[in-house]
Write a protein that binds this ligand. Sequence first.
Ligand code: ACO
Length: 428
Amino acid sequence: MSEIASISVNGKSHELPVITGTENEQAIDISKLRDISSIITIDPGFKNTGATKSAITFLDGEQGILRYRGYPIEQLAEHSTFLEVTYLLIYGELPTADTLQDFRNKISRHTLIHEDMKKFFDGFPSKSHPMGQLSCLVGALSAFYPESLNPNPSEEEENLSIIKLLAKMPTIVSWIYKKSLGHPVIYPKNNLNYVHNFLNMTFGQITEDITVDKAVVDAMHTLLILHADHEQNCSTSTVRIVGSSNANLYASVSAGISALWGPLHGGANQAVIEMLENIKNDGGGSAKWLAKAKDKNDSFRLMGFGHRVYKNFDPRAKIIKKACDDVLERLGINDPVLDIAKELEEAALKDQYFVDRKLYPNVDFYSGIIYRALGFPTDMFTVLFALGRLPGWIAQWREMRANKEPIGRPRQVYMGHTTRDYVTLNQR
Ligand code: ACO
């Protein structure tokens, strides 16, 4: 029997259905509340609002659980590859060996970007941030593939846009990096797998392909898998809401990239390294920085700490911390900011302010240290996050369309002036 919630406002009671998810999460369906009562609900930042019913990612912030399509993140990070996880997120099941090969073949046929897109790079100032470039270039794909503009594409057309975006994103990301150095770009090599090809375009030379260290490839797979989806976060909600107007995939993902850029979201990985560098240059030590983070008159926050949903630990952070130790050891790198990060974490976890507010290291606390060890400059970190998050954005955009979800359009409680008459300029 379905459950009912009762809301009483000014002595009048209204009954609303309760939805129960497959993991027994419960939600009051308020979608008809206004129709039956003229009352709306308000929840700035959507702290307690479910925007959709989704079958892609489950996370339990209290228990520190994260699963893609039912598979625990720990198992995927250890045993799977990024392309396999990409397929799983978008199409719902782990691919067979044949399906995966077919998926790989399709992607490798679309890795080139239109030669005219290179002209964009000439227009960007040499120091422009890679995230601004990425958002622009991904949005621009819609100009080069106008068939993607069809608001009601067939399944085949929709899949083609998906494959093209997955295929071209590593090329765009690598070329942003090469152009920032003033180096010639490296064209995709379709005999290389997805991650190897990306690393070759990023770190290879025109004259020779790179031999990639297994430690580097493994670390890249782990990082990309851990970032691949995270249910209704800021950038994913942006992708879904933009897509809900029937905007094309490239435009929707471009908007998601912009949302990811902010330091409270994906931009935190860059902000963490900058913070750790500042602490190092300041002579190290955690006390001063924890005090600043706790001071309500100081805008400083401990970057890479805290999460809207995780209130116990971020399971991705646990995996990344270990991966960070492993990769630095395997590459023989001794990065002093790793010691600062560990000291800060230890001190924060014992500090009553952080304990009371359930603030733990999030996915971004250690990821930047790995990216740095792999040779990426700091301002590329959030772009790498975007590369990892791409399958999640696509899966969520596709699900939103398949569910035929209505256009996203929240309401508000108006707090401004009531009606007043216009006063002409000379009478003001
Ligand atoms: N340092 C110091 N205090 C913090 C921090 C932090 N990193 N994070 C939260 N707090 C405090 C807040 O000041 C607030 O304190 P109060 O109750 O005394 O006012 C309390 O903890 C709750 O914080 P909110 O900002 O209300 O929590 P919210 O869920 O809105 O924000 C967020 C979550 C944005 C992640 C926040 O923790 C933060 O700014 N962290 C630093 C940035 C960061 O690492 N972002 C990456 C998140 S992971 C990702 O998006 C991929």
